[in-house]
Design a protein around this ligand. Structure first.
Ligand code: ADP
Ligand code: MG
Length: 757
């Protein structure tokens, strides 16, 4: 990477390295795009290029979002306001097919004159601003910034620049694409080959005939033509793939060096006793997966298996059997859950499934059984001490917990298996912390309800084996999903009366909103979704009335939505509770308990209820601003309803324009219950690759260009190169700069995707 990058300290905006270099205001604008360091900006690649003479389509863009157009001025009018306090300037720009009105209000005469000069009919310019909808619903730009093309400082620059495609950068309303371009050029132009460290070993650069790193940076930002930009991108994609695959190859080599204790199936042990008392028979899928896991546990190498299956597909039962197999061998199993609520629920579920088998040593417990301990951050000192003791002594064969399990004080007598639920929510370091608690390397089972298409799993999970549960056990009720347009007051009224009916009939309803409050951000850790679309824009039709989420310009939030429902619907205000990740643990527990018991049958919540939470009476879910979520995430959310005997209904509320892609995406959700189909639909929507980048973290991801499906061949090549390199130089002693680059990639502070894999 570029040596100029300096350190990657966690500073934002004004005090970031870019803020220091370009001034506070610019620093703040850049930080809005997740750009803090010099390297961040150098790697802020253009989104696309416009050929001179080509205009960008004026149909693109979403009201409320910043847009940039290249177009020609076709009309210009200037008139005085009625009281002559200012001049109103209207212009029309055209892309050759459609037109867009521009409006400016000029109080000063010089401003009006300036605009008149800038906006001569026939002028081609870049226009940047926030797209609005006028009173009559028509799109317009008010006070856009105007950058006439070909207004270069001198003739030489003009000649050189005129031939190039124009890069269009991700920009903010205050920092337009042309300003971003100037900043990038300021950094890039003085660089020499010696300033830029190439993470890819020279030998591979030669063999693969790659551009130099500096050349690639130059060509991606200032290509002579579209082909050059493509060549540059090919190299930069290779870089990304190579770093990623080298990191994976190293992890693979590290793991291969460890041994695990085989924990074979024990005839007449707990697993058999458990199977005998199960109130249902395992599905064929469960049996097949259980056999795979059983065989892995019997091996001398640590199991590395990902168990994926829809919510409710019966993963927990399968995982529990694996844990019991380890207990049958005198070992212990730990189950790590991402949230307190889930850990408690897992502990309850497991205790229920085990019955007397989980109460060894207790009155009525089976003598051949084991014990289940729960270890979370909210335990009081006595309970905590007891749990720690049970884990350390081996008395508890199964220890369920949250991050609290990773603490230094937590010890196991013989940890043989680590099960990690919703593995993508944990970082590599966190998982490694648990692994090192065994005397030998414990076997590892990861569970996820987010289906991962096979192509992605093979590419990104390297050598982790994947087991999939495809069928849902019989007896589950179906879920019906309907799309509801938020701007239609009659439909919205119907939504709330449906909720009221459901509650009157003894049911429970979730109302899900993306944010906690109008001031608190989305719940970072909680909303992370492997497949959520990046910064899904809002596309809201004009004339939309004030409603539950405060209107078309803000994102629905739990606090305001709950207040609104209490005031504006027939629902009993006391029947409406709230739930989100910022509540204290006791408040969360109380809210969940009151909801489960039916005392507070409407729960307005963020996605904390997304995974695993089980309230059989919950029959209805309303998701507000549903377009803020990925399809996979919505699918998981709706899996929370219809878990009892009554069928579930999911009402997906969105402001999305019926003609928009966003609306189309949500339609897929209403049409299918197949989680894999939805995961793939999410992927298809990802134009600029980077499904694994932490888009929600706000920081730019290190995977900017790589596309999982389209770049499969690049990834394949990079993987071969990386494995060869690692087999020759496992610790990268001869490639220190590569080691640095990888360390940055997997450093948790950088919130890069490897932490989530
Ligand atoms: P997951 O963890 O994949 O979301 P669970 O293991 O929690 O799914 O199972 C969901 C529900 O289905 C639980 O109540 C569980 O007891 C039940 N279940 C699991 N396997 C079966 C089966 N083979 N037949 C009937 N019910 C099952
Ligand atoms: Mg589960």
């Amino acid at each position: 990477m570029a040596r100029v990058s300096g350190h990657k300290a966690k500073v934002v905006g004004a005090r970031s390295p870019l803020g220091k270099r370009f001034g506070e205001k610019t620093g703040v604008e850049l930080a809005k795009m997740g750009l803090e360091t010099i390297e961040d900006l150098l790697r802020h690649y253009p989104r696309r290029y416009v050929k001179r003479g080509d205009y960008t389509s004026l149909d693109g863009g979403v009201p409320g979002e910043p847009v940039t157009y290249v177009a020609e001025v076709v009309e210009f009018h200037k008139r005085y306001a009625r009281n002559r306090s200012m001049q109103i300037i209207s212009a029309t720009i055209s892309d050759g097919t459609s037109t867009l009105p521009l409006t400016f209000f000029a109080r000063q005469a010089y401003l009006a004159q300036h605009l008149e000069r800038q906006l001569k009919v026939g002028t081609v310019a870049m226009f940047a601003g926030t797209l609005k909808r006028g009173i009559n619903g028509q799109r317009e730009l008010t006070h856009p910034e105007v950058e006439p093309l070909d207004s270069w400082e001198d003739e030489e620059t003009a000649r050189r620049e005129a031939a190039r495609p124009i890069p269009i950068y991700g920009a903010t309303t205050k920092l337009q694409t042309w300003k971003v371009r100037k900043l990038v050029r300021t950094l890039l132009d003085p660089l020499t080959e010696a300033d830029v460290l190439d993470p890819v070993p020279a030998e591979i650069v030669r063999r693969r005939r790659l551009l130099s790193e500096l050349e690639a940076l130059r060509l991606v930002h200032t290509p002579e033509d579209e082909q050059e930009a493509q060549r540059a991108k090919a190299r930069l994609r290779y870089d990304e793939a190579f770093l990623l695959q080298t990191a994976l190859a190293r992890r693979r080599a590290d793991l291969a060096a460890f041994e695990a204790r085989p924990r074979p199936a024990v005839e007449g042990g707990l697993v058999d006793a458990f199977d005998a008392q199960l109130p249902f028979t395992l599905t064929d899928g469960q049996r097949a997966v259980a056999a795979e896991i059983g065989a892995d546990l019997d091996a001398g190498a640590p199991m590395q298996r990902l168990l994926q299956g829809e919510v409710g597909s019966g993963k927990t039962v399968v995982a529990l059997r694996a844990m019991l197999q380890v207990v049958d061998n005198g070992g212990q199993a730990a189950l790590l859950a991402p949230t307190e609520v889930l850990a408690q629920q897992h502990a309850r579920t497991i205790a229920n499934l085990l019955g007397p088998l989980g109460e060894a040593g207790m009155l009525g417990g089976a003598t051949e059984g084991t014990r289940v301990a729960l270890l979370t951050g909210s335990l009081n000192a006595a309970a905590r001490k007891k749990a720690l003791l049970q884990a350390a002594s081996g008395e508890a064969g199964i220890v369920v917990g949250t991050h609290a399990l990773l603490g230094d004080q937590v010890q196991f007598a013989d940890l043989g298996l680590v099960v990690i639920d919703e593995q993508h929510r944990f970082g590599v370091e966190q998982r490694d912390a648990l692994r090192t608690k065994g005397t030998t390397m414990p076997h590892q089972l990861y569970m996820t309800a987010t289906p991962i298409p096979r192509s992605v799993a093979m590419t990104f999970f390297g050598d982790v084996e994947v087991s999939t549960l495809r069928e849902i056990p019989a007896g589950r009720s179906p879920i019906t999903t309907h799309l509801v347009p938020a701007w239609n007051p009659r439909w919205m009224e119907r939504v709330w009366s449906k909720v009221a009916e459901e509650v009157d009939g003894g049911g429970r309803a979730y109302v899900v909103a993306p944010r906690i409050s109008s001031t608190l951000e989305e719940e970072g850790a909680d909303v992370y979704d492997l497949f959520a679309p990046e910064g899904t824009p809002k596309k809201r039709p004009a004339g939309t009335p004030e409603t539950v989420d405060g209107g078309p310009d803000s994102t629905a939030n739990v606090e305001d939505a709950a207040a609104w429902l209490r005031r504006h619907t027939t629902l009993d205000p006391a029947a409406i509770g709230i739930m989100h990740g910022r509540l204290a643990t006791e408040e969360k527990d109380a809210a969940m308990a009151a909801f489960a018991a039916g005392e507070v049958p409407v729960l307005v919540s963020t996605t904390v209820i997304e995974v695993g939470v089980d309230v059989p009476e919950a029959t209805m879910m309303v998701v507000l601003d549903a377009d803020r979520f990925g399809l996979s995430q919505l699918h998981q959310l709706r899996g929370r309803v219809g878990r009892g005997s009554k069928p579930g209904t999911c009402l997906v509320v969105s402001w999305a324009d019926p003609a928009s892609e966003t609306h189309e995406r949500l339609t897929v959700l209403a049409e299918t219950l197949d989680g894999f189909r939805l995961a793939e639909a999410d992927l298809e929507q990802r134009r600029e690759g980077d499904i694994l980048g932490a888009a929600q973290s706000g920081r730019a991801s290190s995977l900017r260009l790589l596309r999982v499906i389209a770049d499969a061949d690049i990834i394949e090549r990079a993987r071969a190169d990386a494995r060869e390199l690692i087999s020759e130089d496992p610790n990268l002693v001869h490639h220190p700069e590569l080691l640095t680059a990888i360390t940055q990639l997997v450093d948790p502070d950088h919130e890069e995707f490897l932490d989530r894999v």
